[in-house]
Design a protein around this ligand. Sequence first.
Ligand SMILES: Nc1nc2c(ncn2[C@@H]2O[C@H](COP(=O)(O)OP(=O)(O)OP(=O)(O)O)[C@@H](O)[C@H]2O)c(=O)[nH]1
Ligand SMILES: [Mg+2]
Length: 287
Amino acid sequence: MQQIPRRRRLRHSSTAAGPAHVDVRAGGTPRVSVIVPALNEALNLPHVLSGLPPVDEVILVDGGSVDDTVAVARRLRPGIRVVHQTRRGKGNALACGFAAATGDIIVMIDADGSTDPAEIPRFLTALRDGADFAKGSRFAPRGGSADITRIRRFGNLGLNALVNMMFRTRYSDLCYGYNAFWADCLPVFDLDTSAPRPVDGSKLWGDGFEIETLLNLRAARAGLKVVEVPSFEHSRIHGTTNLNTVRDGLRVLRTIVREWPRKPRADGAKQVAVTVETEPRRQAVSK
Ligand SMILES: Nc1nc2c(ncn2[C@@H]2O[C@H](COP(=O)(O)OP(=O)(O)OP(=O)(O)O)[C@@H](O)[C@H]2O)c(=O)[nH]1
Ligand SMILES: [Mg+2]
């Protein structure tokens, strides 16, 4: 496991006795930021935001929605922080949200109702129990999906197997958007939010739906301790997907190839068995 410099683990906080440095990983109370990338999700946000457990900060990263996404978010949660992304794509949205987050723990969750906010405590438990990166998995025991199509399932399976072989990981779900990590791991992901938007309208690498793959590969390469957390993916409640299976599947493949030269350390990622207890699943929501 990569040793994260101690100073990156310190959070500067104020107490009645004055400013103090608190090592939150070693037992302080971590502040939790939830990042919600959203593109035209006004109809789904009530479900997502009302289901959140108590957290310290919620950041909605708007992708230039043309519906009432931002207004609905502000109405439902007056304290929500709204961030506008710098380029196009879910990956860029997440990178912008991560950069804006002030919490010790960052949780990424979708805005379409497919990722259940009630599962957040499982991810937090995994992090508090020693993981650097709590990686949601639909294919870990007691995970599942009501949303994934057969072609996406096979694509994910194949790409996942390729990654496990090339990067010596033991991932069970490469392309899933529900994850959480300690904010002090952010430098490992090396995400850029300041590069200009390409004039031809294309997406930079990492800016699209390949973002989860990128995070998983860079976590592995850096030797972060990755723990898979079983998760149940529900169907998107309203609206249609922004993902194109072939186009985005090829982007994931190219991401794997591009990340390969940055080989993992000899000992690989310290992935451990799934140890987090799961609560009963809520009922699947149909489209
Ligand atoms: N800000 C922002 N959010 C995005 C963008 N693209 C997708 N999202 C959000 O990212 C989340 C996942 O996108 P989806 O379109 O649901 O993709 P998916 O979950 O792979 O596809 P489905 O399973 O069919 O729903 C949703 O909350 C989207 O609103 C984008 O370009 N910008
Ligand atoms: Mg979705």
